[in-house]
Design a protein around this ligand. Structure first.
Ligand code: SAH
Ligand code: SF4
Ligand code: F3S
Length: 475
């Protein structure tokens, strides 16, 4: 039987954590100097959102933020475990912090080094940090996020703390966020994943699916709207199963409709949708609700039925294509993106050709492609490879070449059209250029003076590149 009782962290527990925040804040005030925190985030939007919560807690403790670890009193890496290269980067960067800490200590200054996130929820990684990275003071997993204030307090008192209990997570509320700036607010609607795709570490490091209550989500959407955010991105590893664990919950399409009712919010996006759970109701809702962006990220992973079965994806290429057809029939201008894994164990060159065929058939606007990375503890880590590394890289390059051509062609079709662009800020390289996104999520750079952030403006597209569009304010 399904567990119908989602685990929410109690109000009493969150109250206790807020008391730790107040305690640290009082110590900061007594010290009479604003401490600086450096927070670096790896991985997906879920991790970015977690970092916004941690930064919110730090801010409430009296911390300010800096851009360089050298300047910080508190350094935190929020890590990702999805592929090996993400992990290698963290270990490399952690190694470099040893010198920073030593230099600080020579100046009689202390720096606290902390690591959290998905990597820390793997026992072998936490063990390695414990024994080989002695300069790390605090390690906590995704499930311990809500007790960060208590953990930091224990470190300040002189402890070296490892909190990586695998408690299958919990949902906590009522904590302040320090969000990235307007116009886009990321709002988690659920945590964890039940799908166990055979290559993927996420269900092991994030636990089972837990939905937030619709009330809390809608309160948060109203809150960000009142603060000037114009766009919300609803986050979950598989948003289509939102509410399955709630007794009286709304379905995902119903939740979307409620979010669209919130005044001030102009655009609604969501990530990610597992193809097996895309319902007709969702497609209808997307077509009917004007605020839902004409964009869908629909990870296909492979075009070969044999590989899809080995991956435990629970759909065939044909079923996937029929979903794409339905979506396009309902929303003709939909911008489609996907994720692809190249070199999954057992994938042959013939299987790979089938993936290329899917790319040619669907013509995605953009793809996110990855070479398979063995994740300890997942079923695919024990499967046999067919292709050599060289063959996998050759296939990967061929795929990018094909897709770049498609992406460019797709973008060129926008030349001469007028797009509604939500402005995000001045371009980093040219202050006279603004950057923003179309409803389909495409980046547009355009010349504009005195154009505020968070405005929807009409931009005429004058030029197309593979990854972005260029334009000018439409007369
Ligand atoms: N829940 C989302 C995304 C999870 S991770 C979904 O189901 O789409 C993002 C992407 O990383 C996946 O879609 C997959 O393409 C890729 N990925 C996950 N595990 C991987 C692995 N072991 N090796 C290579 N790519 C992987
Ligand atoms: Fe990983 Fe699959 Fe869950 Fe996505 S749906 S997080 S790929 S197990
Ligand atoms: Fe990485 Fe964790 Fe996201 S493993 S992709 S940061 S859920």
């Amino acid at each position: 039987m399904k567990d119908k009782t989602p685990k929410y962290i109690s109000d009493a527990e969150m109250h206790k954590q807020r008391e730790y925040i107040a305690k640290i804040h009082a110590e900061v005030e007594r010290a009479g100097r604003v401490p600086l925190a450096f927070v670096e985030t790896y991985g997906c939007q879920q991790n970015t959102s977690d970092s916004e919560k941690i930064k919110g807690m730090l801010s409430d403790m009296g911390f300010d933020f800096c851009d360089k670890p050298e300047d910080a009193d508190f350094i935190l890496y929020n890590t990702c475990a999805v592929r090996e290269n993400a992990e290698l980067r963290v270990f490399g960067n952690l190694g470099a912090l040893k010198n920073i800490k030593r230099r600080r200590e020579n100046e009689n200054k202390n720096v606290i080094i902390a690591v959290c996130g998905c990597m820390m929820q793997q026992e072998h990684i936490a063990k390695r940090i414990k024994s080989k990275y002695k300069h790390v003071d605090l390690v906590f997993g995704t499930h311990a996020l809500y007790r960060f204030p208590q953990l930091l307090d224990a470190v300040i008192a002189g402890g070296r703390i490892f909190d990586i209990e695998n408690s299958d997570g919990a949902v906590f509320e009522d904590i302040s966020y320090k969000r990235d700036g307007i116009p886009l607010a990321k709002i988690p609607i659920m945590y964890g994943c039940n799908n166990f795709c055979t290559y993927c570490i996420v269900p092991y490091v994030r636990g089972r699916e837990r939905s937030r209550s619709a009330k809390k989500i809608l309160d948060e959407v109203r809150d960000v709207a009142s603060k000037g955010y114009r766009e919300v991105m609803l986050l979950g590893q598989n948003v289509n199963s939102y509410g399955n664990d709630l007794e009286t919950g709304l379905s995902f399409p119903q939740l979307l409709r409620e979010v669209c009712r919130v005044k001030g919010i102009e655009r609604v996006r969501f990530m990610t949708s597992h193809p097996k759970d895309i319902s007709d109701e969702l497609i209808k809702t997307m077509a009917e609700e004007k605020k839902i962006c004409n964009q869908l990220h629909l990870p296909v992973q492979s075009g070969s039925d044999r590989v899809l079965k080995l991956m435990n994806r629970k759909y065939t290429a044909e079923q996937y294509l029929s979903i794409v057809k339905k979506v396009r029939a309902a929303i003709p201008d939909i911008v489609l993106t996907t994720d692809i894994i190249v070199g999954f164990p057992g994938e042959t060159n013939e299987d790979f050709e089938e993936t290329l065929n899917i790319l040619k058939e669907v013509e995605y606007d953009t793809i996110f492609s990855f070479i398979f990375s063995k994740r300890e503890g997942t079923p695919a880590a024990k499967m046999e490879d067919c292709l050599t590394d060289e063959e996998k890289h050759r296939n990967f390059d061929r795929m990018l070449e094909l897709q770049n051509e498609i992406s460019r062609r797709k973008n060129e079709a926008y030349t001469g059209t007028v797009q509604k662009v939500l402005t995000e800020g001045a371009s980093k390289t040219n202050p006279e250029t603004m950057t923003g996104r179309t409803e389909g999520g495409k980046v547009v750079n355009f010349k504009a003076k005195d154009c505020a952030v968070g405005q929807i403006v009409n931009v005429k597209i004058t030029n197309a590149q593979t990854w972005s569009l260029t334009g000018e304010i439409a007369k």
